[in-house]
Design a protein around this ligand. Structure first.
Ligand SMILES: NC(=O)c1ccc[n+]([C@@H]2O[C@H](COP(=O)([O-])OP(=O)(O)OC[C@H]3O[C@@H](n4cnc5c(N)ncnc54)[C@H](OP(=O)(O)O)[C@@H]3O)[C@@H](O)[C@H]2O)c1
Length: 196
């Protein structure tokens, strides 16, 4: 398959790209550190990316950010940025990508455990994560030409915890998380939310 990975330079996206490499043609995109540049916050940038990349069999998104701050500190701008990036960035990857996807192709987007397991400081992330999961369940009903959409919901990733100076053993290695994305390319219900 020819597979576009958006967020390919990140902890999860690079592990996904490495897992696919060799068995598939992997096209790596991200904001600044990948061969294809895209800003998912910007619809025109997403359109330009697809024009450059052309036809693909699958698109995997492990990109998009949301604010991590105490509830009282979250500003209008924080909420807007979180929804523009983590939510609408991924929604727009699916909306704009449909014409470029082969019949029966697959989109995989990323939410995160905070959609259902809240923590202090995670309100904006929980909002975006729960919203993308709801959207995936509904969009799956209407996508044309046998196109499927699934959402992977990772818990803490080991490498991320280590980057944060926390105990990596509390997380799942990125390589193991990546295998869940690889399996989701070909298995699972349309509209599935897949916990890692
Ligand atoms: N890591 C975890 O523990 C964890 C747990 C649950 C959920 N998640 C979710 O999984 C996703 C990936 O997480 P991660 O830890 O791999 O993140 P990461 O290491 O910070 O990497 C983020 C990736 O997304 C790209 N990116 C960020 N903003 C972008 C934008 N506006 N347009 C295009 N690309 C953009 C970055 O590109 P550049 O490097 O080029 O800037 C990078 O490739 C995120 O949605 C995160 O919320 C992560």
């Amino acid at each position: 398959m020819r597979i576009l990975v958006v967020g390919a330079s990140g902890v999860i996206g690079s592990a996904i790209s490495d897992a696919l490499n060799g068995r598939h043609e992997v096209v790596r995109a991200s904001r600044s550190k990948s061969p294809i540049a895209v800003n998912v916050d910007d619809l025109a940038s997403i359109r330009a990316m697809y024009d450059t990349v052309g036809r693909v069999d699958a698109v995997i998104s492990a990109a998009g950010s949301a604010a991590f701050k105490p509830l009282e500190a979250l500003t209008d701008a924080d909420y807007a940025a979180s929804l523009t990036s983590k939510l609408m960035g991924q929604v727009n990857l699916v909306r704009c990508g449909q014409p470029y996807l082969t019949d029966g192709g697959t989109f995989i987007v990323t939410s995160g455990t905070l959609s259902r397991r809240p923590m202090h400081g995670g309100a904006a992330i929980s909002l975006a994560n729960a919203a993308i999961e709801g959207w995936v369940r509904a969009a799956a009903l209407e996508l044309p030409r046998g196109i499927k959409v699934r959402c992977v919901s990772p818990g803490w990733v080991r490498e991320t915890l280590v980057q944060m100076g926390r105990d990596g053993d509390a997380g799942v290695p990125a390589a193991d998380v990546a295998q869940v994305y690889v399996r989701a390319l070909t298995t699972g219900l349309n509209g599935a939310i897949i916990d890692v």
